[in-house]
Ligand binder design. Structure first.
Ligand SMILES: Cc1ncc(COP(=O)(O)O)c(C=O)c1O
Length: 395
């Protein structure tokens, strides 16, 4: 860690933990301590660490062809696009390397498709869409933008889960609405059931695009392949990343044919996007979800079990004020900052994330078992006990 601090940017508030190995939902640090990993690389490691099928696919592809650029076709990229198209509303996929890049693509697509007079994009307060200048501008959190102005213009922010606010913000120059089905980074904020259907209706009424940022919620995380399916609607554009690569860097922009067609040759691109090795790994994630209905059922069941267990703990620990989430994207809201609790969890052998300041977020692999959930609850309870005692000792 000392070596790292000498050479790396200090832009992450890292925990003092150097990880060396992982298997399933467990990781080991440099001194041999094992942790139950319910962070999952921030909702990324869909099949857990070093899943044998992922390892085999990556090994096999790495001996065949690592990189080609997008000047040519490769089988793994086409196979992955087919899997996404056949399982979603979309007809066309553009591959890139991250969630932010997928959202950049969505924003460019909206601008190009809607023409120069309809350029503004409505997004929500407390949203998170990425760290590039434009996706920061789309993000509805001032603390993320501080120090980086001027940012690209053309975004307006309204409160999340507020259809009236969206309706009032739609103007003749509006091109699209961009929202997360569940706000992940700002603390697993869930909208009401009528929110996404209401947004769909508003977008249809005004002839504007509904773009869903499913970077965190997509690829099984919420218990359906894509979170929009739970709301019974279809967006015009969707972005994916995180879970899609199961740990390999990939993003995807998904749209219907007519829209996608507006990004013709030379309008958009990325050298590394959808490379054969990354797609070979992502194909294992997609095939696992498409071929085993067990996996999505497991996400629902394990998510319910974890939420139930956390609610039981809330009866013991008054610091827990709310438990919420969908599938295996779960937030446990505290009445105080969550980072110290996340540190106590590390001390108790459990990795979880702090989100939205006072929320402990659980986003484990999709294939965890009942035993894993029960162990996470035991460790979380130990961490809460330790944290509560430390607070009492201070007062
Ligand atoms: C909803 C959402 N969109 C976009 C991003 C940005 O993704 P990336 O960090 O891969 O650029 C994130 C990352 O947390 C996210 O949760």
């Amino acid at each position: 860690m000392h070596r790292a601090d000498q050479v790396l940017f200090g832009n992450y508030a890292r925990f003092a933990l150097a990880l060396t190995n992982g298997q399933g939902c467990r990781v080991v640090d440099a001194s041999g301590h094992a942790y139950l990993d319910f962070t999952g690389g921030i909702a990324v490691s869909a099949l857990g660490h070093c899943h044998p099928k992922m390892v085999a696919a990556i090994q096999e592809q790495s001996q065949r062809l690592l990189h080609t650029s997008n000047l040519y076709y490769t089988e793994p990229q086409v196979e992955l696009a087919e899997a996404i198209v056949s399982s979603s509303f979309g007809d066309r996929v553009f591959f890139c390397n991250s969630g932010a890049e997928a959202n950049e693509g969505a924003i460019k697509l909206a601008r190009k498709a809607m023409g120069p007079d309809r350029y503004e994009i409505i997004t929500t307060l407390a949203s998170f869409h990425g760290r590039t200048l434009t996706t920061m501008a789309a993000t509805g959190q001032d603390k993320i933008k501080d120090g980086f102005h001027p940012l690209p213009s053309g975004f307006v922010h309204v409160p999340f889960d507020d259809l009236d606010a969206v309706a009032a913000a739609i103007k003749p120059h509006t091109a699209a609405v961009l929202v997360e089905p569940v706000q992940g980074e700002s603390g697993v904020n869930m909208p009401s059931d009528d929110y996404l259907p209401g947004l769909r209706a508003l977008c249809d009424e005004h002839g504007i695009l509904l773009m869903l940022d499913e970077v965190q919620t997509g690829v099984g995380r919420c218990g359906s392949l894509y979170a929009y399916q739970l709301a019974g609607i279809e967006p015009d554009v969707m972005t994916l990343a995180k879970g899609l690569g199961g740990g390999l860097p990939i993003g995807a922009l998904v749209a219907r044919e007519a829209l996608a067609g507006t990004l013709g040759p030379g309008t958009h691109g990325t050298t590394f996007g959808g490379g054969p090795m990354v797609c070979a790994g992502a194909n294992v994630v997609m095939q696992s979800l498409l071929e085993n209905s067990y996996l999505l059922d497991n996400v629902q069941e394990m998510g319910d079990r974890l939420q139930d267990g956390l609610r039981t703990l809330a009866e013991r620990f008054s610091t827990i004020v709310q438990v919420r989430g969908q599938g295996l994207l779960i937030g446990c809201q505290l009445d105080q900052p969550s980072r110290p609790v996340v540190q106590s969890c590390i001390d108790a052998g459990l990795l979880v994330t702090a989100a939205g300041g006072n929320v402990v977020r659980f986003s484990p692999p999709l294939n965890i078992t009942e035993a894993d959930v029960d162990e996470a609850l035991t460790r979380f309870s130990q961490a809460m006990d330790r944290h509560t005692r430390a607070l009492e000792a201070q007062s």
